[in-house]
Design a protein around this ligand. Structure first.
Ligand code: NAD
Ligand code: UFG
Length: 338
């Protein structure tokens, strides 16, 4: 029996594949490589010393998905595939709704047709919207997303909950990630954004490696300790390990459950810059710039449910993540395109 990993060649997917293989699971990676490279699969095999099947397929391709479920003995799905750029989603909302929501509905239909009813889904802290006050916990009312990307996560959560209500044989685990950063300690896999990075950590590491001149810190007048935005940065390997336990639980019980995957601690933009400098010995020049539209001041998790129910807790800190990001970035300055 194998786990189908949609978007398995992506940043979080690839790290999760490593941890699943290390845990002795069998996987099939499915990706359309719209935001990744097949080279990732080779590196996951190299890190783990284990082999697995890979399929180039789009989750919107119903026929293609049927073939995958007919060919392989799939008993569960970890669903990472989706578009994730907040700014781009405001320019191209229909692409986001079609790819993320349309693709997910298609995947769920094909799963049902093959009687595969266990799914772990990549959601986001963005569903807590602007009105809730951190720490965010799973029982808070969600909504009020500020961009189409965030709205796709909100709708997919609702679709999964409705599906479960219609048929309790489904087992659904919705994982709300906070801010994933870092890389595998080998330095062989990591985050490889196309073009100018939108997110803080890849931007910092590209400044450090000399690809960008300086970081713009978006606002220093928030109501936070140093005035810069506060986020819950979670090491991608801790996040990956969260998927292993979430899937194990989903295989055992038929429920629809939501878990925050975060550290429970807020770190400001300037604190992350300083942690990076300390962990790497490399200076990161920055300027204070205006606030970025749509940003909230503070986002961090109440991560106690995942610890209580899944027995999962983040064990790596921002310093570890900075060190591992740097190890990846300096050895792969152009990501996978070398
Ligand atoms: P990523 O872009 O690195 O990985 C997504 C993968 O999905 C890519 O390999 C891409 O090629 C593939 N993909 C996209 N559309 C597809 C389609 N239609 N069919 C098949 N494959 C497709 O992103 P990531 O950071 O690894 O994120 C993984 C998931 O986690 C996404 O759903 C994302 O929205 C969610 N998430 C990410 C973050 C974050 O900050 N990175 C935060 C919260 C949630
Ligand atoms: N920031 C800067 N300069 C930059 C980039 C970011 O100062 O060049 C600041 C932002 O203003 C924010 C913090 O760094 O205060 C983190 O920003 P990111 O873009 O790295 O992360 P966000 O919290 O804005 O968004 C991320 C994901 C979204 C997801 C959200 C909630 O990109 O997809 O977390 O989970 F929806």
């Amino acid at each position: 029996m194998a786990i189908l990993i949609t978007g398995g060649a992506g940043y979080i997917g690839s790290h999760t594949c490593v941890e699943l293989l290390n845990a002795g699971k069998e996987i099939v990676v499915l990706d359309n490589y719209s935001n990744s490279s097949p080279e990732v699969n080779a590196r996951v095999k190299e890190i783990t010393g284990k082999d697995f099947e890979t399929v180039e397929c789009d989750i919107r391709d119903e026929k293609g998905l049927h073939e995958v479920f007919s060919k392989y003995d799939i008993d569960s799905v970890i669903h990472f595939a989706g578009l994730k750029a907040v700014g781009e989603s405001c320019q191209k909302p229909l692409e986001y709704y079609e790819n993320n929501i349309g693709g997910t509905v298609n995947l769920l239909k094909v799963m049902a047709a093959h009687n595969v009813k266990t799914i772990v889904f990549s959601s986001s802290a963005t569903v807590y919207g602007e009105k809730n006050v951190a720490p965010f916990h799973e029982e808070m009312e969600v909504g009020g997303t500020t961009n189409p990307y965030g709205t796709t996560k909100l709708y997919i959560e609702t679709i999964l909950q409705d599906l479960w209500k219609s048929d309790n044989e489904w087992s659904v685990s919705i994982l709300r990630y906070f801010n994933p950063i870092g890389a595998h300690s080998s330095g062989r896999i990591g985050e490889s954004p196309n073009g100018i990075p939108n997110n803080l950590m890849p931007y910092i590491s590209q400044v450090a490696v000399g690809k960008r001149e300086k970081l713009s810190v978006f606002g220093d007048d928030y109501e936070t300790e140093d005035g810069t935005g506060v986020r819950d940065y979670i090491h991608v390997v801790d996040l990956a390990l969260g998927h292993v336990v979430a899937l194990e639980r989903a295989m055992k019980i038929n429920a629809c459950e939501v878990f925050n995957l975060g550290t429970g601690k807020g770190v400001s933009v300037l604190e992350l810059v300083h942690a990076f400098e300390e962990a790497t010995g490399v200076k990161v020049p920055y300027v204070i710039a205006p606030r970025r539209p749509g940003d909230i001041a503070t986002s961090y998790s109440d991560a106690s449910k995942a610890e209580r129910v899944l027995g999962w807790k983040a064990t790596r800190n921002a310093f570890d993540a900075c060190r591992d990001t740097w190890n990846w970035q300096k050895n792969n300055p152009d990501g996978y395109s070398v």
